[in-house]
Design a protein around this ligand. Structure first.
Ligand code: ZN
Length: 305
């Protein structure tokens, strides 16, 4: 079972209802530490292939490279002695914020009435910030069919139109990225610009994957062995070509966002993942716990991993 997270918030955030806060994340890690064998992702994949995976094996991953992975999640992981992988996208580290977060932070900081005619919504009366999740969803929906370059440009335009101050840094900087690696967290590749690989010409896809790996090698001091496909849906966001490119770029494994458990039949370059917290999988926390407990009971209480 490979668990997927993005950020772990210091406090609950009504505009990010599916993201766990530190207390919720700590409760989830306590369950994993008590009932599962949590392994570093590369080791788990090697043992999956070799047939030596312990029962109730679990891996913990984070996508994109949020700085709260270092400041909020890592201390919890260290408290429970749990390994994890953070997949980092180069442009997020360089820009400090992703385009979708620029949109969210613009809506959060907007006055009561805001002109959203640049995305076809006209002048909109907003509720207090805590009630703005529906308008965030509408604005993000309006961005959905723009190219990656247009999303960045328009998200910046929207932010600057609404907010006078500079955008907050939400992503790790290079120094924090090294601190995360020094804390024993595996740093994995996640491309340069987070494109939908399947929409790119082959050469561009190759550059995105290989250049992202080169950059990480320079920043984190070692070559990444794990990779996560941006958006990650098999057959839609990536395909067999990108699995091959990831292999040729030196990665040993790659994870998708297909919602499932990895099995011995899983391709190591298209490993599915599950989540405690995503809305489309509200039942999964209980499935995760039940599955862990079932394996735990089978193997007996003396052999906790
Ligand atoms: Zn991502």
């Amino acid at each position: 079972m490979v668990l997927t997270y993005h950020r772990v918030l210091e406090h609950p955030d009504p505009l990010l209802p599916s993201e766990p806060d530190a207390a919720r994340f700590a409760a989830q890690m306590a369950v994993l530490a008590a009932h599962c064998s949590v392994l570093p992702l590369p080791e788990a994949v090697r043992r999956l292939r070799a047939g030596t995976l312990p029962p109730a094996a679990a891996c913990i991953t984070f996508d994109d490279g949020y700085r709260n992975n270092l400041h909020v999640a890592a201390p919890v992981l260290q408290r429970y002695g749990l390994p994890a992988t953070v997949f980092v996208m180069q442009h997020a580290v360089e820009a400090g914020i992703m385009w979708n977060d620029l949109v969210i932070e613009a809506v959060r900081r907007a006055p009561d009435t805001v002109d959203l005619s640049m995305i076809g919504l006209g002048s909109v009366d907003l509720p207090p910030p805590a009630g703005r999740a529906p308008i965030v969803a509408r604005v993000l929906e309006a961005f959905k069919y723009r190219s990656l370059g247009e999303r960045w440009r328009d998200a910046h335009g929207l932010y600057q139109q609404i907010v006078a101050e500079p955008a907050p840094r939400l992503m790790l900087d290079e120094h924090e990225l090294r601190s995360l690696a020094e804390a024993g967290i595996e740093i994995g590749g996640h491309t340069v610009n987070h494109p939908i690989l399947a929409n790119l010409p082959e050469d561009d896809a190759r550059r995105e994957i290989a250049d992202g790996a080169e950059w990480l090698t320079r920043i984190a001091g070692r070559r990444p062995v794990s990779f996560a496909y941006p958006n990650g849906r098999p057959g839609r966001d990536f395909n067999a070509l990108h699995m091959q490119i990831a292999r040729e770029a030196g990665f040993e494994l790659a994870v998708s966002t297909e919602w499932s458990w990895a099995t011995r039949e899983s391709d190591p370059f298209a490993l599915p993942r599950v989540s405690f917290c995503a809305s489309q999988a509200a039942r999964l926390p209980w499935q995760v716990i039940r599955s862990c407990l079932a394996s735990y009971r089978r193997r007996g209480p003396s052999s906790r991993g």
